[in-house]
Design a protein around this ligand. Structure first.
Ligand code: FAD
Length: 450
């Protein structure tokens, strides 16, 4: 077994961790012993501790990265779980098909996307990635290999989609694709002057376009609070297939202080707003620049300095959502924490089959902060409270510090996932929000006694 510096994207805790390459022989040879704990590891693009297991072994599936079958008539793809999104998109680039839901980075594995039930800029039309999973194969420490689908081992199908790796190791996944004119996108950018105006624009435009996402200038205050740019996109015909590229440049080392705060943040926000506000004419965008702009700079998370970064993402219901968004932006100002990348999206009503899926119909706001403990933790706690007060939930795969109660009040199905958990799988996140709590221990005691 190798000890390797293995991180999540927030880089809050960058110690070396035990990691082994996972293959079928690991299971066949009985290496997955139920007396030890493990966790599947994709490409570490979760922000917090849900992809880490500090007292166990991470199972690295990256070398399981083959496309197993591709039916171009029906638009059905089967691939091994360790394949990266960039590799999948490259395989599909001139096929007329696209991955139905993509996150803001192409450096994620298919297994990680499904285990987190990721959402994209088209939730209103397509829901989460889980809505497009036809079936998958699951390896567990306590059972034979299982194929799971909506009508086969359906409890494990639902628990694994969004189950954060806790139900076992996904070997391969079969997805339905969406037909597209090409991978390129006709993009329109619309500036708005306030949160209210932005939400009106989003409500009006989101149903009309495949993709919508708003960037918010987190430093704007007063009448301009919540001003930003709405970006809309639809696939468009193009004679040339796109190129999916590696980062154009990389951050080679971690600077001693965050470079995404203070005057740099202020200058970035002003420049970003005015540059995009002046580009309103629709234009054809490369998929890399429309879907994955951050991937242009490799290791950009290092810019947050040695303390790492926290990302707070909430899912808010329509009712009360707007007031909560306003309070969150104000809370960040009050705490003197500018968020470098602030993103607002609408979540639609398409329901995921996943038991612990994050999106609920309404809004989602994402805020990125350099970690300046304890002030950052106090702010994040306040953002959690605002979220819960309107019946929202905080994203578990972006988190490394929320209180167990915060998680449980957002995800009432957590016990059902615990019942279906592979006894050999555990994460730092799950230990923190369930196993290490008094409530959980007394429940187990009561179960044993009965
Ligand atoms: C720049 C950036 C933008 C992002 N944008 C979005 C976005 O728009 N929407 C969104 O939803 N998320 C977004 N994310 C988060 C990211 O998409 C998800 O966390 C993604 O699931 C991470 O995939 P990964 O391969 O890195 O998996 P990891 O982070 O390594 O693991 C994720 C989870 O999957 C489990 N897992 C991994 N492989 C397997 C397997 N083979 N079998 C079973 N379980 C497995 C792990 O145990 C873990 O719990 C973004 C992240 C970044 C850095």
């Amino acid at each position: 077994m190798a000890m390797k510096e293995t991180n999540s994207w927030g880089r809050i805790d960058t110690r070396a961790r035990e990691i082994i390459a996972f293959d079928a022989s690991v299971q066949r040879d009985g290496l997955l012993s139920q007396s030890q704990s493990y966790l599947p590891y994709g490409n570490g693009r979760s922000y917090g501790d849900s992809c880490l297991n500090d007292v166990g072994t991470l199972l690295d599936g990256r070398h399981h990265n083959r496309v197993l079958s591709l039916d171009l008539n029906a638009g059905i793809l089967r691939a091994e779980s360790g394949i990266l999104l960039i590799e999948l998109l490259d395989a599909l680039k001139d096929s007329g098909w696209f991955i139905p839901v993509v996150p803001g980075t192409k450096f994620v594995t298919l297994g990680g996307m499904v285990a987190n039930d990721i959402h994209g800029k088209n939730h209103g039309h397509r829901g989460t990635i889980g809505c497009h999973v036809r079936q998958f194969s699951l390896l567990r420490s306590d059972r034979e290999r299982l194929v799971c689908a909506a009508d086969q081992n359906s409890d494990l199908y639902a628990a694994t989609i969004g189950g954060m790796g806790l139900t076992g190791f996904i070997e391969w996944i079969e997805l339905s694709l969406i037909p597209v004119a090409s991978h390129k996108v006709l993009e329109t950018k619309l500036p708005f002057d306030s949160l209210e105006e932005g939400l009106d624009l989003l409500a009006q435009e989101d149903p009309e376009h495949e993709y919508s996402v708003a960037w918010i200038d987190s430093l704007a205050t007063g009448d301009r609070l919540g001003r930003g740019i709405l970006m809309l996109g639809d696939h468009i015909e193009s004679p040339t297939p796109p190129k999916y590229g590696k980062p154009l440049l990389s951050v080679p080392f971690t600077p001693p202080i965050p470079l995404v705060a203070g005057p740099a943040l202020s200058a970035f926000n002003k420049l970003y707003y005015w540059r995009n506000a002046s580009q309103q004419a629709p234009h054809v965008a490369r998929p890399d620049s429309f879907f994955f702009p951050l991937d242009a700079v490799g290791g950009w998370n290092r810019l947050y300095g040695p303390g790492g970064l926290h990302q707070h993402q909430c899912s808010l219901p329509l009712e009360g959502g707007e007031a909560a968004l306003r309070r969150m932006l104000e809370a960040s100002h009050d705490a003197n924490h500018g968020s470098f990348l602030t993103v607002l999206k609408r979540f639609g009503s398409v329901r995921s089959p996943g038991l612990l899926s994050f999106p609920m119909e309404g809004f989602t706001l994402t805020l990125d902060f350099p970690n300046r403990e304890p002030a950052t933790h106090a702010l994040l706690d306040r953002l959690d409270r605002i979220t819960l007060e309107v019946g929202g939930r905080v994203n578990p795969y972006k988190d490394s510090r929320m209180q167990p109660e915060t998680f449980r009040s957002g995800f009432s199905q957590w016990r059902a996932l615990e019942r279906l958990r592979d006894p050999a799988m555990m994460s730092d996140f799950w230990r923190r929000v369930s196993h290490q709590t008094e409530e959980f221990r007394s429940e187990i005691k009561a179960e044993k006694a009965s």
